[in-house]
Design a protein around this ligand. Structure first.
Ligand code: PLP
Length: 382
């Protein structure tokens, strides 16, 4: 692969060198099964428990409140099904229109099974209205589930406040914290949240590993049953290299997010200011809301995102249109639609997502190339 500029960190992040090292060591050398009683096995067990402590520290939880899974999607599925199993008499779920497909597709399936699913809308900046959220919750609500950070726009939903609203009515809360974990200070034990989902590959850890935070005394209905692993909450031999790698990422990022954030935000703002200055038909989606420091969702009026992405890719720049799951299709982003973004803007929406590895030189190169690429497309349009 030739040199490229990677601005698709909300799709996945580059593993930290220390993560790669840990994954390689545990694959090559310390490969024992953590359930084995011999010393070799117990050394693998130690790695898993160390990772549990590290992930717990990152999100303000206790180690015994963390269960390792295969990723954000599995954590989300487990959380939702666990909450519903706890209140079988309640058949109502509240969420938002801007959730990731990992939540929305589960809710669609539940709706087909007879649950009433209420999706609360967002304003034009992508913010959830706390009053509307509150109005939708009632004594039949089994679960309130919402994301903390939107993967397409980087807009921060006020998860702690919205969790309070639900918890005050005795409704269990699940937070999809997949895009938040390395960017915002998470204090899960201080928030009235029963479940939170995390993913390794979004925080510079490995793919195929995630974690589910389950508050003490909250019941879990395991999605995957089998062996006694993860205190009977998730069967199957542990992905020790993945888990250890996620632990290393969590350790390195804990406490570091605010410092990194300042540096990356400076580059993100430089990108946005530069684009807005040189491209008169550009706008930033969600610019009026509180956003995480790495994400910029830029719309180019009248252009097609796929064409822009193709030219960017040819120029060695990796970006994305909306979520990774919906890219590759010309389907309109459900998030931008929920924000009321008109089609002439939403069809040309590109997500640039930066990371601590992004450099000033890379952003300047994008600022140099992007206007030229867009000019090629606008000349074709005429
Ligand atoms: N939730 C959000 C907000 C995401 O951005 C993603 C991944 O894109 C997921 C959940 C799913 O996580 P995973 O890829 O680990 O299954």
């Amino acid at each position: 692969m030739p040199d490229f500029i990677y601005l698709d960190n909300n799709a996945t992040t580059k593993p930290l060198p220390s993560v790669v090292e840990a994954v390689a060591r545990l694959t090559r050398d310390d490969y024992a099964n953590p359930s084995s009683v011999h010393q070799f096995g117990q050394s693998a067990r130690h790695e898993v428990e160390l990772a549990r402590e590290r992930v717990a520290t990152l999100v303000g939880a206790k180690p015994n409140e963390i269960v390792f899974t295969s990723g954000g999607t599995e954590s989300i599925n487990t959380a939702i099904h666990s909450a519903l199993a706890e209140h079988p008499d309640r058949r109502h779920i509240v969420s938002t229109t801007v959730e990731h497909s990992a939540v929305l597709r589960v809710l669609e399936r539940l709706a087909a099974q007879g649950y009433r699913v209420d999706l609360v809308g967002v304003d034009q900046e992508g913010r959830v209205d706390a009053d509307e959220w509150s109005e939708r919750i009632n004594d039949k609500t089994a679960l309130a589930t919402l994301m903390h950070v939107n993967n397409e726009t980087g807009v921060i939903l006020d998860a702690p406040e919205l969790a309070h609203v639900a918890a005050d009515r005795g409704v269990p809360v699940h937070v999809d914290a997949v895009q938040a974990a390395d960017k915002l200070l998470l204090l899960l034990n201080a928030w009235p949240v029963q479940y939170a989902s995390l993913s390794g590959h979004k925080i510079h850890g490995p793919k195929g590993v995630g974690a589910l935070y389950i508050r003490r005394k909250t019941k879990v209905t395991p999605l995957i049953v089998g062996g006694t692993q993860e205190r009977l909450l998730r069967g199957g031999t542990e992905n020790v290299p993945g888990i250890a790698g996620m632990g290393v990422a969590a350790m390195q990022l804990a406490g570091d997010c605010l410092v990194t954030g300042d540096n990356v935000q400076w580059l993100r703002d430089r990108l946005e200011e530069g684009v807005l200055r040189s491209v008169p038909f550009a706008r930033v989606n969600g610019a009026g809301a509180r956003r995480v420091w790495n994400t910029s969702n830029l719309s180019f009026e009248g252009l097609e995102a796929e064409a822009i992405l193709l030219l960017l890719s040819e120029a060695g720049i990796c970006a994305s249109s909306g979520s990774a799951c919906s890219s590759g299709s010309l389907e309109e982003s459900h998030v931008l639609k929920a924000m009321g973004v008109e089609e002439r803007w939403s069809h040309g929406a590109i997500r640039f997502s930066l990371s601590r590895f992004t450099t000033e030189g890379e952003i300047d190169r994008v600022l140099e190339l992007l206007p030229r690429l867009l000019a090629r497309l606008t000349s074709l349009r005429r």
